[in-house]
Design a protein around this ligand. Structure first.
Ligand SMILES: [Zn+2]
Length: 119
């Protein structure tokens, strides 16, 4: 995290031909792709993208995902009337995925430090 960037990032959303869920192999409701920055092993900033799928079977217990899935349950098709709601829910869910991703990387870093005997 550089800490000096406060601009909005763009989340790309795909609702058709989404890949199967990596956890249960079931069909997914949508795919999001968002910018993701991290530090590599030499402590250099790397910029790239992360993708995440929304799976009805695996993610319905997460609050942000549940709200999004509820919208899909009501509206099979996205329309002009619900696209604003949809966009807000997708953004909230993508942010929750982003936070979780960062947490997992922090855990990995701690584990690696521990393996090297630095903790
Ligand atoms: Zn799944």
């Amino acid at each position: 995290m550089s800490g000096d960037r406060h601009d909005q990032y763009t989340v790309h959303v795909k609702v058709e031909d989404t890949p199967p869920c990596p956890q249960c192999d079931g069909s997914t409701a949508l795919l999001v792709q968002f910018p993701h920055n991290w530090k590599n092993g030499r402590d250099e900033d790397v910029s790239g993208f992360r993708e995440a799928v929304l799976c009805p079977g695996c993610h319905h217990k997460e609050p942000a995902a549940a709200e999004l899935l509820a919208l899909f349950a009501v509206d099979d098709q996205l329309s002009l009337e619900n696209v604003d709601t949809f966009g807000g829910l997708v953004a909230a869910w993508a942010e929750s995925v982003r936070q979780r991703t960062v947490d997992e990387e922090a855990l990995t870093a701690e584990f690696e430090l521990w393996k090297r005997g630095e903790l």
